[in-house]
Design a protein around this ligand. Structure first.
Ligand code: ZN
Length: 164
């Protein structure tokens, strides 16, 4: 099995921000990195589940709604994936995400938290969701990162192999 592209990124130097992790077949995968991997606590499962419901609701009602393919949490619980069609830059996604986070901070409930609408409807935590969103919003505004640190491996013959 080949090592997939996202596992070659050096996650020990990855700062919270927004990254393009893949561009293929007209789809762009944006990594919305909320916490610093392996350095800060990951987002709690209930909080990221609430982020998913709220973020998906906002993006699918936004001016970009026709281009939103997928919104979902990372398995490592350090961020969200958003897959878009069309031409979106990291800066476009930063603006959209900041608007989304501002909206989340005004919400008093998580949408679709009924057993008919959600596979684990008790696993929600709006206060922690808002805490994470407030911190992420501050980071997008004041300490924004969007460039991957490439993983570099120096081979025995001295050649440097880099990938990201
Ligand atoms: Zn759900």
């Amino acid at each position: 099995m080949e090592v997939i592209q996202s596992f070659t990124i050096d996650h020990t130097h990855l700062k919270p921000g927004i990254y393009v992790s893949r561009v293929d077949k007209g789809f762009t995968t944006f990594d919305l990195r909320i916490t610093e991997p392996n350095k800060e606590p990951a987002v709690a499962p209930a909080a990221i589940h609430s982020i998913e419901h709220l973020m998906a609701t906002w993006f699918r009602n936004s001016r970009a709604k026709e281009d939103v393919v997928y919104v979902g949490p990372m398995g490592c619980l350090t961020g969200m994936y958003i897959i878009m069609t069309g031409e979106y830059t990291v800066e476009d996604m930063r603006q959209l995400t900041m608007e989304c986070l501002e909206w989340i901070l005004t919400q008093d409930e998580v949408p679709a938290t009924r057993p008919e609408a959600c596979g684990n409807y008790l696993l929600h935590d709006l206060p922690m969701c808002k805490w994470e969103c407030a911190r992420y919003l501050d980071r997008l505004k004041n300490d924004f990162h969007c460039e991957y640190t490439k993983l570099q491996i120096t081979l025995e013959d001295g050649k440097v192999f880099a990938d990201a």
